[in-house]
Write a new protein. Structure first.
Lengths: 202, 202
DNA sequence: AAAAATACTGAACAGTGTTCAATAAAAAAA
DNA sequence: TTTTTTTATTGAACACTGTTCAGTATTTTT
């Protein structure tokens, strides 16, 4: 079955070609400003063919959604060498914020775009659950070392993600102008530092 | 000049009529799913006439944006009777979260939709600045009573808003499914409680 | 009564996501 | 090798979008 094998590989290549074009346009223009015709012309094909390889725009979105999470997780896993879970947690927040700053459009796709899919059992959503588990286990490790006692680890993890996400979300949606800080970088860095100082008191 | 006066009043009424229709459709279907034709048919007019009273869709958006903030501020001002600024701050967060839950679409408009206008000097953006000042002055009051010492009030205010906004943003964009909590309400309430407990330690 | 200003309509333009008949190319069957 | 079947691609079409604008009816001013 050498032919069907090659066929499958070619199909996979076309899928990847579309995805590459889509990534470029998506991350350049954002979700709403990206049209199927844009993507198609980026790779010099007609718009119709995309529907032969993907169900709809939403499926392409989910593929990039997955990409974003695996990129973020890769950057977070670098911190696994840190032995102290609290240090890992604090550095993780900083990495998370930096990821949002450097990959604003990925971040939008991952956390701020209207999600067509709701249930986390869905394929492709798995990796988001993985990221949450990563956070959750760090919190539990901290608790084993005596930190964050009397806190429910689930709710506490949610709170930590919320605090960090809030910083990134205000940044990504340009809601920082009301603060008289010089730059966004400064505001985010010092804002996160405030949060860390709170965590350290517990 | 009784006629031009009446004319102006009629024009104002039409503006309000469009705004009422727009609010209904906007808050029912969200920003992207609302079309000018939807709004027009809601009030039984042609789509074209909207452009006689409003510059574009964005201007209508900003009008509702303003409405949302004044509604939120009204709810927050109820807490002005609380003498202790820290109690006011904590209750303020709870009111903020409740506002997001009860006015998901207003919240989206206010904090999560792509903003066409960037500079806070713009008319209509004023009220957002007012809300931030409200938070900022509460923090400073707390500091005068000995809380949150050695923290910069500007960055600390940003951090508080971020933490609360993060909770609401995850909720509004359906990013809570990865947590195994029973309901969103429970997750948000206990998540915020965790944050409050952190604040109380400082 | 004539002219001017105002409020509104509906058609049009260029764009969107998506579908689908036609077609070209390649693989399988004869 | 020729014919049939399968597969990949196109481009036109459909129903939608925000926005513009020539025309029209109504009302105010001259």
């Amino acid at each position: 079955m050498g032919i069907t094998e090659r066929k499958q590989k070619e199909k996979q290549e076309m899928r990847q070609r579309i995805l590459n074009g889509a990534r470029k346009v998506f991350l350049q223009n954002g979700y709403e400003q990206t049209s199927m015709r844009n993507i198609a012309s980026e790779i010099s094909y007609s718009a119709g063919v995309i529907y032969f390889h993907f169900k709809d725009k939403s499926e392409i979105f989910h593929e990039l959604h997955k990409e974003g999470f695996s990129l973020l997780l890769k950057q977070l896993r670098v911190l696994d060498v840190l032995p102290d879970p609290f240090e890992r947690l604090k550095a993780g927040g900083r990495v998370f914020i930096q990821f949002a700053q450097e990959n604003k459009d990925y971040y939008n796709l991952m956390f701020l775009v209207e999600e067509p899919i709701k249930n986390p059992d869905q394929s492709g959503f798995q990796i988001a659950v993985e990221a949450i588990n990563h956070l959750h286990s760090m919190v539990k490790e901290c608790q084993e070392l005596g930190r964050f006692k009397e806190m429910d680890s689930e709710y506490f993890s949610f709170m930590i993600l919320s605090a960090i996400h809030g910083i990134c979300a205000l940044f990504c949606k340009d809601r920082t102008a009301s603060f008289h800080s010089k730059t966004n970088d400064e505001l985010m860095e010092h804002g996160y530092a405030c949060f860390v100082r709170l965590l350290e008191k517990d």
